[in-house]
Design a protein around this ligand. Structure first.
Ligand SMILES: Cc1ncc(COP(=O)(O)O)c(C=O)c1O
Length: 388
């Protein structure tokens, strides 16, 4: 049984989570509960694979092994009911690198791309940095959960010539696991209006029972004809720094376009550490993941209870997946900048600011609870103090 209670000192390790924000905020002793990176050691099987690699001492170019392809195909089939062939699988140095390449391959400058609001901030940045037009569709909040506004989506598909949509499945920051029925309705709309879908499924393995994750490919007949799925083992096994990810493409035409753009950008060679870590994680990480999920769930329950007791005016979304909690602080009547200022400079705790996820994130914050309970409790105490 993995001990997730053991704190690990990450200060001074060039960690974006622990070190980089000190420079931004010019503050000492900040507690970071932000970026989606866990304060737990990666599974022992992954560390052993790296130790073996280093003891051999050779770090030359590597190809993707047959065994890695088999592990990916087997994992995606066992865990997500996908049936993949080797030629469907692309490797990228990160989901965002893959999404960017797909946008370049499948759309032209000035084409319009739709994302939800709120949603993971780099989507908007990638779209505008690549000179595509950005359109957002606001998610509806019902019983403290996000729902897709299908009316709004159809109107935008109909009137704004949307070429492509980026879907976040499960959703970051809300932790929603979109149901098969929701995805089916969404896919049918995309098909009707010829909208391509990039489905970012990086959080696919961090789903809490009884919720059930449906991959976009499996949500309707021939949905893989007009979509690409992206995922990675890096969130699942806390390996984000290896920057390695997968894209699944079944449609031959989409595959050709993606491959051409990947080669044009010379992105087809994959880093050895990524390949080694990935294979070891698939081979040996499942037991670790089975220990991790209940730990995350108990941290979520603890946080919800803590908020109910100490900050009852805050509205916290209970995630169905991910270790990220979306919190509505609007009842406290602080502006976004006041909220951030209080948390950072009074409470000395860092969360992600909600407005960076879109206008729907006004007066919200995103909290990462993937850390030892003692750190989480300290962070929650700091949030209460910040708002007092
Ligand atoms: C939804 C989503 N997509 C992509 C990423 C980043 O993935 P990568 O580091 O593989 O580019 C994250 C990281 O938090 C994420 O939450």
């Amino acid at each position: 049984m993995t001990n997730f209670d053991q704190p690990i000192d990450r200060l001074g390790t060039n960690s974006i989570k622990w070190d980089a924000f000190l420079k931004t905020y010019n503050e000492e002793e900040l507690l970071p509960l932000w970026i989606a990176d866990m304060d737990f050691k990666t599974p022992p099987g992954v560390l052993a694979a790296y130790q073996k690699l280093l003891s051999e001492g050779i770090l030359g170019y590597s190809e993707v092994s047959d065994s890695l392809y088999n592990e990916i195909i087997s994992w995606e089939n066992r865990q997500h009911g996908l049936s993949l062939n080797r030629e469907d699988i692309f490797f990228f140095s990160g989901v965002l690198a893959g999404v960017t390449t797909a946008i370049q391959a499948l759309t032209q400058p000035n084409d319009t791309i739709l994302i939800h609001d709120p949603v993971y901030p780099p989507f908007a940045a990638i779209i505008t940095n690549n000179r595509r037009k950005l359109v957002r569709s606001r998610l509806i909040e019902k019983n403290h959960q996000f729902m897709i506004d299908f009316g709004d989506l159809e109107e935008k598909f109909n009137k704004q010539q949307i070429k492509l949509m980026i879907l976040c499945n499960p959703h970051n920051p809300g932790g929603r696991v979109w149901s098969a029925a929701e995805l089916n309705q969404l896919g049918k709309l995309c098909k009707k209006y010829n909208v391509l879908v990039l489905s970012d499924e990086i959080h696919q393995d961090l789903v809490f029972p009884p919720n059930h994750m449906t991959s976009f490919f499996n949500a309707g007949e021939q949905f893989s004809d007009f979509s690409i799925q992206f995922t990675s083992m890096t969130k699942t096994f806390n390996l984000a720094g290896i920057k390695n990810s997968l894209a699944f493409v079944k449609n031959k035409k989409l595959r050709e376009l993606l491959l051409n753009k990947q080669q044009e950008n010379f992105q087809q060679e994959i880093n050895t550490f990524g390949l080694v870590g990935m294979e070891a994680a698939y081979q040996s990480g499942e037991a670790w993941l089975n220990d991790l999920l209940p730990y995350l769930q108990s941290n979520i329950t603890f946080t919800l209870e803590y908020f109910r007791t100490h900050l009852p005016k805050a509205v916290v979304m209970e995630p169905e997946a991910t270790y990220l909690l979306w919190i509505d602080f609007s009842a406290y009547d602080f502006s976004d900048s006041e909220l951030e200022e209080r948390l950072v400079h009074k409470g000395k705790v860092v969360l992600n600011t909600g407005v960076s996820y879109g206008a729907g994130g006004k007066q919200h914050m995103r909290l990462n609870v993937a850390c030892p309970r003692s750190i989480l409790e300290e962070g929650l105490n700091r949030i209460v103090f910040a708002l007092s």
